[in-house]
Design a protein around this ligand. Structure first.
Ligand SMILES: Cc1cc2nc3c(=O)[nH]c(=O)nc-3n(C[C@H](O)[C@H](O)[C@H](O)COP(=O)(O)OP(=O)(O)OC[C@H]3O[C@@H](n4cnc5c(N)ncnc54)[C@H](O)[C@@H]3O)c2cc1C
Length: 553
């Protein structure tokens, strides 16, 4: 064998590992959230997600992109999106593992954490299929506003079989749902929506309408239905259930204009559509469509946080694996101080993001006032922060691979291209920061409760306490105009939340390293700039457990 074509010092793929067993931070979050009952299943899923077969499925689903077929051979509109079988396999796994319904199909509050663990692992391997899965799950609380409709759909929502057939929902085992808000003239400001809904009568599920207009981003158009925002005559924006097929068995006129040519998230199809008198039924109160659909967004934003925490985890795992198996200047990269410092900092970021995501998921399952305050106040903050950090960390992890990171043969390009999407959709960065401020002005009591809680936890940490004190003064000052400071305030709040969670749940050394770096005025320009005090091997051991030998046994 030629030494030119088979050189040494190339790193084998990170494959055949267990995403759950190798992640002590995730495992303890699941136990803390009361989801020990889900552990055996999560161990099975962890092995499934890290298997060679699943990694290949993810690669194929991304490589062989969806294709739009607007018309049949005889010229009829079919508006069909054709996928590679790997996409259907990813959707099958997502559905089977509970991603479309677990917190509603299982009434235990800890089902939120159990669900979060699956989403966090699935996102690391095939994030495209999380889009229709998470939208299906997030539609359920909105559908609950129309009990007759929910009743008719319930068995399809809780069925765990993926059913890709393009036919009326009534004839299928299961269904998926998407969401249509964004129009050409505005996505953040959906008050500018012009899509129109004209009332045509009432039926067994309530008030029926015909919808005309368009959506500029309409992901997963092959979903069996979408929740769509449209303006009904004089009453403003309302929310409608708009299926692919009308109840009479004919095709609903939702014309797919084209599929978006996206930077990442390529396995998932995102489209532009026109509604030509599409049939829909009202959900919630007429004219209250924005708050109705924003409720769905609160749930999808939690999922963005879980998913981006998963991206950070995958970036860290890949970087650790690569640096641990590659040599430069005669030594293993991971053992060299500058690289060790970078890996240590990535481990801190991984721990903090994971703790934040699972704390939030845990609190989604509880009606207690403090938990509801977290849900309203911390969700947009975490969505901003964890999604932004995933962009930075995936770029750093790519660089740990050197040139081998910047090619499409390997997972790093995919991770890098995927990372920004969670930051953009479901409310882009600035909009999330403005939402944090809005949450404070609407419910100042929520901010008080969360800040009191953080101050209690950080009682022995002067740097964190002084930041909390300053934030309290700024946020709760009457009449303060804070928009220009929105990002700064949100970053500081997020770091205080993460510091408190590290103090509660990480090792004392990791919490100290997190606080001494993140609360140092020098911190924040690039990853890997910290106080240089952490015990790196201990930190890495707290964040990663080798499972590949275990998996192969
Ligand atoms: C891959 C992908 C899939 C998508 N799928 C869907 C889907 O299925 N359904 C759907 O409805 N939408 C979908 N979207 C659309 C997405 O939700 C919007 O792109 C997003 O909400 C931003 O809206 P916009 O693109 O109109 O940007 P704009 O609203 O024009 O915002 C542009 C920028 O301005 C900032 N900004 C906005 N308002 C303010 C303000 N007041 N102050 C300061 N800054 C501000 C935003 O943060 C953003 O950075 C998808 C997007 C992508 C990329």
């Amino acid at each position: 064998m030629s030494t030119f074509t088979h050189p040494h010092n190339q790193v084998p793929d990170l494959a055949g590992y267990n995403l759950f067993a190798s992640d002590p931070v995730l495992r303890t979050a699941v136990l803390r959230g009361g989801a020990a009952w889900r552990e055996p299943e999560l161990l099975r899923q962890g092995a499934e997600y890290g298997s060679d077969a699943m990694l290949r499925t993810a690669e194929d689903a991304e490589h062989y992109q969806p294709e739009l077929q607007t018309h049949s051979a005889s010229g009829e509109r079919i508006d069909f999106v054709k996928f590679h079988p790997a996409w259907h396999e990813a959707m099958r796994v997502a559905r089977h593992n509970g991603m479309t319904n677990l917190p509603y199909a299982d009434s235990r509050p800890s089902a939120w954490v159990g669900y979060g663990a699956t989403l966090y692992m699935h996102s690391q391997i095939e994030p495209g299929s999380t889009c229709p899965s998470t939208m299906t799950k997030a539609s359920i609380p909105v559908l609950q506003r129309n009990p007759a409709l929910l009743d008719a759909l319930w068995v399809k929502l809780v069925d765990t079989r993926h059913d890709p057939r393009d036919m009326p929902v009534a004839q299928k085992h299961s269904m998926t749902l998407g969401m249509g808000m964004t129009e050409k003239q505005g996505g953040s400001d959906v008050r500018t929506n012009i899509t129109h809904a004209a009332r045509i009568g009432s039926g067994p599920w309530g008030e029926e309408y015909e919808i005309s207009g368009h959506k500029w981003f309409f992901s997963a158009p092959m979903c069996d239905a979408h929740l769509v925002l449209a303006k009904s005559d004089d009453r403003g924006a309302s929310c409608f259930y708009v299926p692919r097929w009308r109840p009479d068995g004919t095709k609903n006129p939702i014309h797919i204009q084209r599929l978006k040519d996206k930077v990442g998230n390529r396995s998932n199809s995102s489209s532009e559509v026109e509604f030509h008198g599409a049939w829909g039924v009202l959900l919630g109160e007429e004219g209250r469509g924005i708050p109705t659909i924003i409720e769905m967004a609160t749930f999808t934003r939690l999922d963005n946080v879980l998913s981006s925490a998963g991206f950070i985890r995958r970036a860290f795992a890949q970087a650790l694996h690569y640096a641990g198996n590659r040599q430069a200047f005669g030594r293993v990269l991971a053992d060299q101080p500058a690289m060790a410092e970078l890996l240590g900092d990535m481990a801190l970021e991984t721990q903090a993001a994971t703790l934040m995501a699972f704390e939030l998921a845990n609190r989604f399952g509880s009606p207690a006032p403090l938990d509801q305050a977290w849900r309203r106040f911390v969700t947009p903050m975490a969505k901003f922060w964890v999604c932004k950090r995933a962009v930075a960390i995936s770029a750093e992890a790519m660089e740990v691979f050197g040139g081998n990171g910047y090619v499409e043969t390997g997972p790093m390009g995919r991770l890098f291209r995927e990372a920004p999407v969670n930051s953009i959709w479901e409310g882009s960065g600035n909009v999330m920061c403005l939402d944090v401020l809005r949450a404070v002005s609407r419910n100042p009591g929520d901010a008080q409760l969360v800040l009191d809680y953080l101050a209690d936890v950080a009682a022995g940490e002067p740097a964190v306490l002084s930041k909390i004190r300053a934030l309290r003064e700024t946020l709760l000052r009457p009449g303060a105009d804070l928009e220009r400071q929105a990002r700064r305030i949100t970053q500081q709040l997020a770091l205080c939340v993460q510091a408190a969670l590290m103090l509660q749940h990480a090792s004392p050394a990791a919490a100290a390293a997190f606080i001494s770096s993140r609360f140092d005025p020098d911190w924040g320009v690039v990853v890997g700039v910290s106080a240089g005090t952490q015990d790196i091997p201990a930190l890495l051991a707290e964040t990663w457990v080798e499972t590949r030998a275990q998996y192969h046994d």
